[in-house]
Write a protein that binds this ligand. Structure first.
Ligand code: HEM
Length: 235
């Protein structure tokens, strides 16, 4: 993808991610937030947090399924927008819902499992957002950074759980998000198993034989391998 196309794509994603917020603000300004404006604000920001989180998680499966690299260049941007919406969602809860009544909020976190799970999800997003820069990747090392950023799947699971827990009986949309998350995690699992099978099929790397060992192996025998082959069921 050319540099110009990449910039255009990112500009489009910026505009798309800011549109829900702009619409919400215009509804707030025109007094069009319904009978319970705080609930409308909390719910709208919450649902966009989850959508952007799932969109960010979807970028690697898209690359795996269609063999194109460009979705991965959007993963960080979408993840940061998910964090931005989560902070706004949380701020509405602190400022408008509880008006900084810290004891009341703590009681809410301890009493309501969906709030506990929401706070945990937001807390786990903090280190991901804080380490999203190229400088942090360098500082942590690619392998550690990758390991840390697998937390996004835990955040996705907690986000869906939060929604399932708070939704009233008869509401079906949380199951749609559960289905999307299950599909995305399924694609990652499928890819992981496929890679494991490919590595297993290629066999473990072979060690060069010492001169003293060579006589013990006939031309038809294979030499002993340096490392035992991996057992996929144990990983
Ligand atoms: C990654 C973190 C989070 C995600 C993905 C998330 C997502 C959501 C979603 C999808 C909804 C439902 C929207 C709807 O009804 O259409 C929601 C509602 C809500 N969330 Fe969150 N949330 C997160 C964090 C938090 C946190 C940290 C808090 C507060 C401590 C919180 C408090 C609430 C409340 C009070 C509601 C409204 C419940 C109701 O309508 O009865 N959420 N959130």
């Amino acid at each position: 993808m050319s540099r110009r196309a990449r910039i255009a794509l990112k500009a489009f994603v910026w505009a798309a991610c800011l549109t829900p917020l702009a619409l919400l603000l215009s509804r707030a300004v025109t007094g069009d937030l319904g009978a319970n404006p705080i609930e409308t604000l909390t719910r709208t920001l919450g649902v966009w947090t989850l959508r952007l989180l799932l969109a960010s998680i979807a970028m690697t499966p898209l690359r795996l399924l269609f063999g194109v690299a460009w979705p991965v260049t959007l993963r960080r941007l979408l993840g940061l927008f998910a964090f931005f919406y989560a902070c706004l969602h949380f701020s509405i809860w602190i400022v408008l819902d509880h008006f900084f009544a810290w004891e009341e909020m703590l009681a809410d976190v301890l009493k309501r499992p969906y709030i506990t799970v929401g706070v945990l999800a937001l807390t786990l997003l903090v280190p991901l957002a804080a380490t999203s820069t190229a400088a942090m990747i360098k500082r942590l090392g690619a392998a550690n950074w990758k390991r840390l950023h697998r937390l996004v799947y835990v955040v996705g699971i907690l986000g869906v759980l939060h929604f399932l827990w708070l939704a009233k009986v008869g509401r079906n949309d949380p199951y749609l998000y559960l289905g999307v998350l299950t599909l995305l995690l399924g694609i990652r699992l499928w890819n992981w198993l496929r890679r494991l099978a490919r590595e297993g099929g290629r066999g473990a790397p072979r060690r060069r034989l010492e001169p003293s060992e060579r006589h013990a192996v006939s031309p038809r025998q294979s030499p002993p391998s340096a490392a035992p082959s991996r057992d996929p069921s144990r990983v």
